[in-house]
Ligand binder design. Structure first.
Ligand code: PLP
Length: 376
């Protein structure tokens, strides 16, 4: 966790790149051929892309040809949502989501609303989607479903198998897209195709370079492309591939897959931090089922923007919520979780990786104690 420059506890915004990812970027910069070129330089570049595709697809649990690289997680979700709306808009104009989706899903859904779609938003109070709401929603004809697997602010993990089963029980063939950006490689034995037909993942959330995402699309689903051009990525996402980004994504996934002890280390850090935070008289908002690498805390009476600045002055990085929502006034995700405005405005997101250690924990706890005292 310690980088020498600062103590970094904002991994849910972006993870620090691992050594394997950095090496892969440099190696891919040396293989500078265009992966579409029909000569040896192009073949070498193509090999890097396909090797990464195999690695990421295997971690997602799909076939390599079902995985398309994109320019970000945001782009992957936009391709999925726009594509599904076009594919299924004639069957139904109703889309099922939750009330705490990331802006990369929330905003394209808003755009669909302005085009005549109706969005049903399942509630996520305390990090749980009520069974009755799932059952009722899945009885209706749906264009498609788009639900996140884990929330980027609270760390809540939603049981999407329940949605899959409710759809099947009602003979509802609506395809399911899942924003798995935060849950990818953070949940044990997480085979995304067991509960969804499309899924979004992102390279920089798992230690790869920023600006690389991927979209899994089950092979029998044919969504139209959003970006047209040279026909790269089987025509799903035209544009010359970001080979260094893709190679680093593959390398980062490989590094995590070869470290089975990482879940336990994150869980231990999470629980020890939560215990220390509670011992200081602060509040932890821990959903019943949660990610091992996000802890949402609240320091009563201390504004989160002030706390983020004060911690930053001590060279400690945490977030006042998700990086994408810090500039907006009301936080819809925390409101949906059930926090009051006062609670939201005094809450911090602490997020980390498997490299978080005891020394980092000690420094963070001391700093949190100090900022509580400074405000007293
Ligand atoms: N979905 C979730 C849940 C996220 O947390 C994020 C990033 O914060 C994204 C999607 C967007 O991913 P990207 O930064 O690759 O566009």
């Amino acid at each position: 966790m310690e980088t020498g420059k600062y103590l970094y506890f904002d991994a849910a915004a972006t993870e620090m790149p691992c050594d394997e990812a950095k090496e892969a970027v440099l190696a891919a910069m040396e293989e500078y051929g265009n992966p579409s070129s029909g000569h040896c330089a192009g073949f070498a570049s193509r090999e890097l892309v396909e090797k990464a595709r195999e690695t990421v697809a295997s971690a997602v649990g799909c076939a390599p040809e079902e995985l398309y690289f994109t320019g970000s997680g945001t782009e992957a979700s936009n391709i999925a949502i726009r594509g599904l709306a076009k594919l299924r808009g004639r069957i139904s104009k109703t889309v099922l989501a939750t009330d705490s989706e990331h802006p990369s899903v929330r905003e394209p859904l808003k755009a669909l609303e302005s085009e005549g779609f109706q969005i049903l938003r399942l509630s996520t109070r305390n990090g749980v989607i009520p069974d009755e709401e799932i059952d009722e929603a899945c009885r209706q004809p749906l264009a498609f479903v788009t639900v996140m697997q884990a929330n980027n602010e609270t760390g809540a993990v939603y049981d999407l198998m329940k949605i899959r089963r409710a759809l099947a029980d009602n003979g509802n063939d609506a395809p399911v897209h899942c924003d798995a950006v935060q849950s990818f490689l953070k949940i044990r034995r997480n085979r995304l195709p067991s509960f969804c037909d499309l899924a979004t993942v992102s390279g920089h959330k798992v230690g790869g370079l920023k600006g690389t995402g991927a979209l899994y699309v089950r092979k029998n689903i044919r969504i139209p492309a959003l970006i047209l051009g040279g026909g790269q990525e089987q025509g799903m996402r035209s544009g010359t591939e970001n080979v260094p980004g893709i190679a680093s994504f593959g390398a980062a996934v490989r590094a995590k897959a070869s470290d089975p002890g990482r879940f336990e280390r994150m869980e231990r850090f999470h629980d020890e931090l939560a215990e220390a935070v509670r011992a200081m008289g602060y509040v932890c908002h821990v959903p019943e089922v949660h990610l091992p690498n996000i802890l949402h805390i609240q320091i009563p009476g201390v504004r989160s923007s002030w706390a983020v600045n004060a911690l930053s002055a001590m060279r400690i990085c945490v977030s006042a919520g998700s990086a994408c929502s810090t500039k907006k006034k009301d936080n819809p995700v925390l409101t949906a979780y059930g926090l009051t405005r006062e609670e939201s405005e005094t809450s911090l997101r602490i997020s980390f990786t498997e490299t978080a250690d005891e020394a980092g924990l000690h420094s963070l706890v001391e700093a949190l104690k100090k900022i509580g005292e400074m405000k007293r």
